[in-house]
Ligand binder design. Structure first.
Ligand SMILES: Cc1cc2nc3c(=O)[nH]c(=O)nc-3n(C[C@H](O)[C@H](O)[C@H](O)COP(=O)(O)OP(=O)(O)OC[C@H]3O[C@@H](n4cnc5c(N)ncnc54)[C@H](O)[C@@H]3O)c2cc1C
Length: 354
């Protein structure tokens, strides 16, 4: 059912989506097909159009222009009349006025809003002062910066070791780089593993050729320092004494939802934006989907995050349906478990995106 029909007396419905990722794009596609007359706008702080971040490790195997990772071309957006406002950050949402505020103070008015801002890498407080010496891996630009900083057969020190990092590690090992993992409670995030499974998969990482340092036994990382002359560019210092050197140090401590701009909007937030299985927030005009939202689980009697490409895509589709008068509910399509691939390498069922 399509609820919003434009007629001479009814102006087209204004759908605004914050976030140009998997959830936002899936929702835009659904909105366009369910409401051909509606105005669909995506706002993103990315400079580039939507590209497949899951393919970023491939940049280390061969040179790729970002357009080779692109999911949709500019023509696609034009053809589907989806307006994309790029390279601008949303700083606030005024739910009373139904306006999204951009960093340069321009307001964008919506009738229905979808928040699909995903998450960004989490950095433990004690490393905040070392941020400038760390290399993140969330965007094409950041991946290219790592590639540039990493010499042939160089060493990457991975802090934490969430699945985004471990996925990259597979590629780095295959091109003869050395990967040193400093474990943390977030190792294997978003998987929650028992001590036995953790032990088993740490051994899988060792078998793959990774050097594994027990972060707990080392007392945690206290600082990152620039390396001294003749040594690699970075030194990771442990609380109990001792250190490890690398050409690049990368934090992989999992993601935290990007919700700051929603504070003050009146929308219920715990860690992520709280929604029902219909992806509605407590505000009738605001929906949320993807890594940014926590969905009510009747079974667990708690709000929880659901990761994985297929789950996130399904959320985008459900949101689009309900934003146009539907009554669909998100049902998990992908369960997360750690496994070994055919080469004995670590793999995650969340990471299946075909
Ligand atoms: C490098 C990398 C590789 C990954 N690989 C995989 C993988 O192989 N498989 C897998 O299942 N998951 C992977 N993930 C996890 C991935 O984050 C999610 O599964 C999925 O991309 C989440 O989609 P999303 O639409 O919720 O958010 P995202 O894809 O994170 O998109 C969020 C969008 O919101 C924008 N945004 C955020 N805040 C603002 C703001 N204030 N104003 C304007 N725009 C804003 C961002 O720039 C971005 O465009 C990977 C993540 C990273 C970082």
């Amino acid at each position: 059912m399509t609820a919003h029909h434009a007629s001479p007396s009814v102006p087209p419905h204004r759908y605004v989506i914050i976030g140009n990722g998997v959830a936002g794009n899936q929702a835009a596609e659904g909105l366009r097909s369910r409401d051909p007359e509606g105005l669909v706008t995506i706002i993103t702080n990315n400079r580039l159009l939507f590209y497949n971040r899951y393919l970023l490790p491939l940049l280390f195997r061969s040179h790729k222009d970002w357009r080779e990772l692109q999911s949709h071309s500019a023509d696609y957006y034009q053809k589907h009349r989806i307006r994309v406002i790029r390279d601008v950050r949303v700083t606030a949402v005024d739910a009373g006025r139904r306006q999204v505020m951009l960093a340069h103070k321009e307001p964008i008015t919506y009738d229905t809003l979808l928040v699909a801002t995903g998450g960004r890498s989490y950095l433990p407080e004690e490393l905040a002062d070392s941020r400038h010496l760390l290399n993140s891996f969330g965007t094409y630009e950041q991946a290219m910066a790592v590639k540039k900083a990493l010499p042939d057969r160089g060493t990457v020190v991975m802090l934490g070791g969430d699945m985004i990092g471990l996925d990259l590690a597979r590629t780095l090992l295959s091109i003869d780089c050395r990967v040193v993992l400093v474990t943390h409670e977030t190792t294997f995030w978003p998987h929650q593993v028992t001590p036995e499974v953790r032990m088993e998969f740490l051994n899988v990482l060792r078998d793959m050729g990774m050097d594994v340092i027990d972060g707990d036994a080392a007392g945690g990382v206290t600082a990152i320092e620039p390396g001294t002359a003749g040594l690699p560019a970075r030194r990771v210092v442990f609380r109990q004494g001792g250190d490890v050197y690398g050409d690049v140090v990368m934090p992989f401590y999992g993601l935290v939802p990007s919700v700051e701009f929603m504070m003050g909007s009146g929308t219920d937030i715990e860690r992520g934006i709280l929604v029902g299985t219909n992806l509605r927030t407590n505000d009738n005009h605001i929906f949320a989907a993807g890594d940014v939202c926590q969905i009510w689980s009747e079974q667990e009697h708690a709000y929880r995050f659901y990761y994985g490409y297929q789950n996130v895509r399904a959320m985008g589709a459900v949101a689009a349906s309900n934003m146009t008068g539907g009554n669909e509910h998100f049902a998990i399509t992908q369960n997360g478990s750690l496994r070994r691939d055919g080469h004995g390498h670590i793999d995650s069922s969340f990471w299946a995106y075909d």
